[in-house]
Design a binder for this molecule. Structure first.
Ligand SMILES: Nc1ncnc2c1ncn2[C@@H]1O[C@H](COP(=O)(O)OP(=O)(O)OP(=O)(O)O)[C@@H](O)[C@H]1O
Ligand SMILES: [Mg+2]
Length: 271
């Protein structure tokens, strides 16, 4: 039994005096339970416009759940979320749809439609919302597929692609509408190191050249250190730590150290 006691600092203050005037995303006091399981428990987090924020945390802590709340794919139990000063909690469907167009979402499991070709999957939002011709949609879809290193797969079904290729197709779909915000759920998991690094470079390029604001959930620490402006650690339903890459490297916060060193002993426990 682990008898060591860890003294942890309180979660950092993540609130701004006026979230309705905050240029970015402000998450305040968000709680979400599934049945008896309290996943998010008063989570506070700020995402500044233009930054790449990496969210780390152990499996099952609620990172994917947190991302889904930002675009209201899940409804929170308590709390509030503002996007560029607009509170999304009570938005009506039409306005919510408009707001979602600012977002690209790479789902953890890629979430491609099995019966549609890769080109149709990637171009779906464009076909429905842009007024572009079929040829133009195809050209843009192929351009995005090339950006993630996928060529000559546009007419294949997802089932014909490897796991890593599906992930990259999901990424192509996330960027096809030139979103202002991209939510990446494990963008490099399951990819070989070379492809992973090319994806890191793409995330950085989208930020630098197009000013994209990114929230990246990842367990891949080399990737996290390369792409992050800041990192936030989610544990026990709250953001326990936020800091720059340098602050993460040098912090003595026991949870962060345990996580980045991959140590089975520490406040996060082993299982
Ligand atoms: N739709 C849902 N219905 C019921 N429980 C859910 C649902 N979505 C998530 N959960 C539960 O919420 C908890 C957090 O899930 P989540 O997928 O956010 O974890 P995670 O931090 O992303 O983990 P991982 O690193 O393994 O992806 C888990 O216990 C999960 O079972
Ligand atoms: Mg997840």
């Amino acid at each position: 039994m682990d008898l060591v006691e860890y003294t942890l600092p309180p979660p950092p203050d993540q609130r701004v005096p006026d979230p309705a005037a905050f240029a970015g995303i402000a998450i305040e006091g968000v709680s979400k339970a599934f049945g008896p399981k309290q996943v998010l428990d008063g989570t506070d987090l700020l995402i500044h416009k233009g930054e790449t924020l990496v969210v780390i945390g152990r499996s099952g802590e609620g990172k994917s759940v947190l991302l889904k709340h930002i675009v209201r794919l899940l409804e929170l139990d308590e709390g509030r979320i503002w996007i560029e000063g607009e509170e999304i909690t009570g938005l009506r469907t039409r306005r919510l749809m408009e707001l979602r167009k600012k977002f690209g979402f790479l789902f953890q499991g890629a979430a491609l439609f099995d019966s549609m070709t890769i080109c149709q999957n990637v171009g779906l939002m464009l076909s429905e919302h842009s007024g572009l011709s079929e040829d133009q949609v195809r050209a843009r879809a192929c351009e995005c597929l090339a950006m993630v290193g996928l060529e000559n797969v546009e007419d294949k079904l997802p089932s014909a692609l490897s796991g890593g290729m599906k992930k990259r197709a999901g990424l192509a779909r996330a960027i096809v509408m030139e979103p202002e915000y991209i939510l990446y759920d494990e963008p490099t998991t399951g990819l070989d190191p070379i492809t992973s690094d090319a994806i890191n470079d793409l995330i950085i390029k989208l930020q630098k050249e197009l000013g994209v604001t990114s929230i990246v959930v990842t367990h891949d620490m080399p990737s996290a250190f390369k792409i992050a402006d800041r990192m936030a650690m989610l544990s026990r339903g709250k953001i326990q730590f936020t800091g720059t890459v340098e602050e993460v490297r040098t912090t003595d916060h026991a949870m962060v150290r345990q996580f980045i060193e991959g140590n089975a002993r520490g406040p996060l426990g082993a299982f």
